[in-house]
Design a protein around this ligand. Sequence first.
Ligand SMILES: [Zn+2]
Length: 465
Amino acid sequence: MPRLSVAFEKKIPRRVRCPNTMVGYYPQLQEGELLYSATARLASAIFPGRKAPYCAERLLGNRHASFGVLLPNNVNRLIENIPAVSALTEESVLRASLFHLISPLLDEVERTELRRSVFVPNARNGLRTFNARGSPTVLKYCVKCAQIDADRRKPAIWRTVQNHHGAIACAKHGLLLQFSKAPVSTDALCAASDWIDLGVEPTVATDAEVAIARDFEWIHAQYSSLTPGFRPVVAKLREVILSKMEFTLGPGLANNASLLQAMRDSLSDSSRSTFAPQFRRLARGCGLSMGTRTTLHAYCLYAYMAGTSLKQVLADLAKIPALPKSEAADSKSANGPHIRFYKHRIEKFIQANSFSTRSQVSAALCHGVEIVRSADPEWFDHNMPESQSNKPGPHGDRNWNNRDEKLCAFISNFVATNDSLPFRSIRDALIKLKQPQGLLIKANGRLPKTRVLLESLIEPKRAAA
Ligand SMILES: [Zn+2]
């Protein structure tokens, strides 16, 4: 550590010079402001012209701490060292960082580790592990937001969501963000007022860019209450992408080239060049793989290409838990929101791909098709394309509808000519009818009339249970 000149030492108030003593003042965080931004405002007022390590040492007693644009570290020190009136808490610090934008794609253990890393001195290790690729190089701002701040005589600030490296546009004003010349570096604390140019002519963003910006704002505003993790999100995105014929090469195979081309086309010229390195990475095919993570905005773009949004994907994952099979097979749930959602998906797919066969629909929407088939076999048979293999197989009629009818006729006939009623249970009924005991389980909801008929023939107490 270089020794400070005695003359300068004298100018620093004693309470600031000593680590772990109160810093007299810390700016009130503005709405949506980065912790970095407020700290830079403070630094430019009390340590003008000094570099970030110097300010960190004066404020935190440790020149290796950082107020990082992505994530700060050693923040406990800051919280302890400033007056309580500044109302800086662990929660407000996380809100004023990119934590809530990074965490939805992390698994629980990673999320906990990342959170911890904000409050201990070695956050850079945490960041190296979790920081999505392609870190920002300069700070960004929306001219319109900055002009409004200036009109209202509010301080110029760097906004949190706009400074995620994938942020392209301002969701509120539909304008592309401006790249300032303020470097993102652990060495510099750049106060927004020094770097924002209010005279810049903004460019209107494309629909895709505004959609991504809205996704970012929404995800951040959830404060990590929706955190499904990386794998479920990617699995869901794969599913929606594969339901689009133009992005599919065959069952389960995404057409990465056409997907990337569509993603490029949906962006404005400047965003396309900004994201060129990330597109190059996606071109190597890692975008929808379970093994490789890509950036938040790439996932937003994937969702946009599939006609949905990452917001919707996250909300779906949070709202609709996977139903156990027995529950899905219950005919009462045939019109539940879960089933309606998948029915709608199937209808949309068939509308868009009117010549697709049943197996193509099943391959494209595998999980959803199985759920609808179990929950509402009648709807399924009525709405799905005709199966190409309805001829009887070695184990009887493959058309479950016909089989259902035949079984009902057989049972009615049996009931009319036998007096072993009522059956004690479904199992008892199947044994007496000389049918396989696992028949209804194997049918997985595809013999609804048989099931209803059998249930009506069981002793009342049993049927109710
Ligand atoms: Zn704006």
